[in-house]
Design a protein around this ligand. Sequence first.
Ligand SMILES: Nc1ncnc2c1ncn2[C@@H]1O[C@H](COP(=O)(O)OP(=O)(O)OP(=O)(O)O)[C@@H](O)[C@H]1O
Ligand SMILES: [Mg+2]
Length: 469
Amino acid sequence: VAGREVARRQRIGILRRYRASTSVRFTLLHVLLSLACTIPVLVYVYEQVDAILLSEFTRPLEFRQSNLDKQFRSGGIPKLQSEVESRAARVHHDQTAILLVDPAGRKLAGNLADWPRSVPVSDRWVPATLEREGVGHSEQFLVRSKELPTGHRLLLGGLLDNRAEMQEALLTALIAALALAVPIGLVGGLALARQMNRMVAAIGDLGEHVSAGDLTRRADTDGSGDPVDRLKSTLNQMLDRIQKLVEEHRVLTDALAHDLRSPLTRISMQLAGASPDCGSHDHAARFEMIGQEIGGVLHILESALQISRAEAGAGKESFEPVDMSAMMLDLYEIYGPLASAAKVRLEFEGEGGLVVHGDRILLARAVSNLIDNAIKYGAGGNVIFLRTERKMGEIRIEVSDRSSGIPEDRRAEALRKFGRLDHARSTPGSGLGLTLVNAVASLHAGSFELLDHRPGLRAVIVLPVNRPT
Ligand SMILES: Nc1ncnc2c1ncn2[C@@H]1O[C@H](COP(=O)(O)OP(=O)(O)OP(=O)(O)O)[C@@H](O)[C@H]1O
Ligand SMILES: [Mg+2]
């Protein structure tokens, strides 16, 4: 008991650790997934907004540039130079950097002292730190420069302070969104992990109770049909089946012990009663009774063994073609004298050459049981019919009598292990015969039925003609 308790604790420990580690893994996975979804969206939003801000920023500069181009086209360098000069004069209320230099790089006009070395001549807007004349400190600009057909170069830039602020604000907002995704992912992941744990725990709980011996325990299903619910129903069905098997097993063992006790008691009484002074006649009678009792015991044991082997599906590998027509004829001949002794007529009718794939000994045992029953319980009807026929790919083997039969509501009981009806109490038997017939029919992928013969019992074994798979 102590060992079992330790094993149980260990199991619970493992379950808890597993639970903890899966929760952690699950939650982390959830956080990573929500980050993986958020980051690309945020990057996209950032780039789009940045592009819009840039175009908003450069649009007036582009306009100014095209104005300067127009001046150059209409009046050449002198006109352009005077235009640049007038722009540069407005340095304090204009946020523009402007410079015109000649092909040698000398300043012609503008508000910069000379051409900034960091600015290449290119069509793209580039950031640059410039110091405008009269301002006294350097500022951040976005500039673009251009070479004119005359070799002169023109630089135009806009003050960046506004844009930098907006960019910063945008970045802050996006980082805040990202920071929010982590706790949201964490909470969501934990909630999901808890839900999952609850489901796993319910099943683990069931397993613990069942392994502790409570086979009546079942998982609660909600009938939703989702995979977890289906898993629970399957477990419940499995437990139903196990419980039924365990119960049947227990009944069989109990009944077997009970049924073996009476003949063994009688044997031991016979042996105890035999004293050395008894005559040889007395001994012979006792031996005969002991022999009969042992025969009964062996019959019970053999039936019980064959039933459990057939129910377990054992022996299929030794199946062979069995001519049922020939077997029925043999049985008809073997049981003829027994039937006559019981004052009942045995009749046989059937097609020849009906072959099934099966176990010859078990099939013969099953049919013998039915004939034996008909002689034991149906002799009152004066006739017993044996019939074999082929019908729609099946072979039907029938044994019927004209006696009282079994009422429909008692047939299930007669089929049960050790099930004997009241009228049979005075006849020897163990109540395993029909169970064996049923088990043999199932082993051969067939079926067994008790029907009404009006009057009498009609026992029918149906077997497939084709090789059962
Ligand atoms: N042909 C029949 N007519 C009336 N009752 C029957 C007939 N066959 C079987 N029964 C009833 O069904 C019960 C179960 O039959 P089953 O063959 O399983 O057991 P048994 O004949 O009593 O014992 P066993 O066959 O193990 O020696 C019988 O005890 C009997 O009450
Ligand atoms: Mg029987």
